[in-house]
Design a protein around this ligand. Structure first.
Ligand SMILES: NC(=O)c1ccc[n+]([C@@H]2O[C@H](COP(=O)([O-])OP(=O)(O)OC[C@H]3O[C@@H](n4cnc5c(N)ncnc54)[C@H](OP(=O)(O)O)[C@@H]3O)[C@@H](O)[C@H]2O)c1
Length: 314
C-alpha cells in the first residue's frame, strides 16, 4: 500500500488508515479478524481505535475494540509491523469527558493494558477540552512521550485556532507537538446551519492550516456509513440540500467516466485534494474493504477534480 509522511514526524504511514471502531462490538471477533487480516494482506499497517469504542452499541461498554486488537496482534505476532493509534478525551463508563493530566495518564495506561502493548504509536486528544488549560493537556501528553508510552500525539475534533495555539505552546515549552488532526470530512458539505454535534467538520480554515503547517488531516466518516451508494442508508438529513444533489450528480458522472464506484471517487478526490489528507476507511465485509482499498488504483484528471470541486458551489 502507498504511504505518506505523518505530519512532520519523518514516519511513513499507510495512505488509508483502517478504522477499528466497531471491531469487538457490532463486528464479531471472526469478522473483525478477517477484515484486519485483509487490510494487512493489502499492505496496510495503520489502525485506528479509541478507549471508548464502542460504548454506544447496545450491550457494550467501551474498550472492546482495543481488547480485540490486543488479542489479534498477539495471535498474529505482528505488533511490531503495525502503527497503532488510540484516543482519550470522551466520556464512557465512569470516566468523565476531558483532558486533565490525571485522566490522560490513567486512560493511556488502560489502553496499553487492553491492547497488551508497551507503546501507543499515535495518541489523540479525542475532543477539545476548554475547561482544562491547554498547557496541562500538552504537558501530560509530553510526559507520556518522554516515558516511552506514546510515540506521537495528535488532536481530534479541534478548531484550527486551537491547533495553532497548541502548536505555539508546545513549541515554546518544548513539548511534543500534535502532528495530525482527525476530523469529520467527506465530499458533501453539511447543509448551511446544520450541526454535527460533538464531531467537528474539517472546514476550509482547518484544511488551509493543515497544508500550511504540515499537519496531516485524517478524515473520518468519509463514506457517510455507505450512504453514497446504499439504499438501506439514506443520506443523513444534515447533508440534504439542492446543492448537494448537484454534487452527487457530479460524483456519479465522474465515477462512470473512470469505471470506479462513487465511494472510490470520494477517497481519490480526498487524497488528490491535498497531500496532507489521509482518509480513514472502515468495513464490515471483505467486499467493502476491497472496494475502499481499490480507490488507490484510480487517478482523477485535473478537469475531473475541478468539476468535483465546483459542483454545487455556483
Ligand atoms: N475522531 C472521531 O471523532 C471519529 C468519529 C467517527 C469515526 N472515527 C474513526 O473513523 C473510522 C471510520 O469512521 P466511520 O465508520 O464513520 O466511516 P464511514 O466510512 O462513514 O463508514 C464506514 C461504514 O460504511 C459502510 N461501508 C464502508 N465501505 C463501504 C462500501 N464500500 N460500500 C458500502 N458501504 C460501505 C460500512 O457500514 P456497515 O458496517 O454497517 O455495513 C462501514 O462500517 C472509525 O472506525 C473510527 O476509527 C473517528
Amino acid at each position: 500500500m502507498k504511504t505518506q509522511q505523518l505530519g512532520r514526524t519523518g514516519v511513513e504511514v499507510s495512505k488509508l488508515c483502517l478504522g477499528a471502531m466497531y471491531f469487538g462490538s457490532r463486528n464479531d471477533t471472526e469478522t473483525s479478524h478477517r477484515i484486519l487480516d485483509q487490510y494487512i494482506e493489502a499492505g496496510g499497517t495503520f489502525i485506528d481505535t479509541a478507549n471508548i469504542y464502542a460504548m454506544w452499541v447496545q450491550g457494550f461498554q467501551g474498550g472492546e475494540s482495543e481488547t480485540l486488537l490486543g488479542k489479534w496482534m498477539r495471535e498474529r505476532g505482528n505488533r511490531n509491523n503495525l502503527f497503532i493509534a488510540s484516543k482519550v478525551g470522551f466520556d464512557y463508563q465512569d470516566v468523565p469527558i476531558g483532558l486533565s493530566a490525571r485522566l490522560i495518564e490513567e486512560e493511556c495506561n488502560k489502553s496499553l493494558r487492553r491492547m497488551n502493548i508497551e507503546t501507543i504509536d499515535l495518541f489523540y486528544a479525542h475532543t477539545d477540552d476548554r475547561a482544562t488549560p491547554l498547557e496541562e493537556t500538552l504537558e501530560a501528553f509530553d510526559r507520556l512521550v518522554k516515558a516511552g508510552k506514546v510515540r506521537f500525539v495528535g488532536a481530534s475534533n479541534y478548531r484550527a485556532w486551537r491547533l495553532e495555539r497548541a502548536r505555539w505552546i508546545s513549541e515554546t515549552k518544548g513539548y511534543a507537538q500534535y502532528c495530525c488532526v482527525q476530523q469529520r470530512h467527506t465530499y458533501l458539505p453539511l447543509r448551511p446551519g446544520a450541526s454535527s454535534g460533538r464531531q467537528v467538520v474539517a472546514n476550509a480554515d482547518l484544511q488551509d492550516y493543515c497544508q500550511d503547517s504540515g499537519t496531516t488531516l485524517l478524515a473520518y466518516s468519509a463514506l457517510l456509513s455507505g450512504a453514497y451508494t446504499r439504499e438501506d442508508r439514506p443520506l443523513p438529513d444534515e447533508y440534504r440540500s439542492p446543492d448537494n444533489e448537484t454534487r452527487l450528480a457530479a460524483l456519479r458522472a465522474v465515477a462512470k467516466e473512470i469505471g470506479a464506484t462513487p465511494n472510490q471517487v470520494i477517497l481519490c478526490w480526498m487524497m488528490q485534494s491535498s497531500p496532507s489528507v489521509l482518509p480513514l476507511i472502515a468495513a464490515s465485509t471483505e467486499a467493502q474493504l476491497a472496494e475502499n482499498i481499490g480507490a488507490l488504483a484510480f487517478e482523477l484528471s485535473a478537469e475531473q477534480m475541478e468539476r468535483l470541486n465546483t459542483a454545487g458551489t455556483n
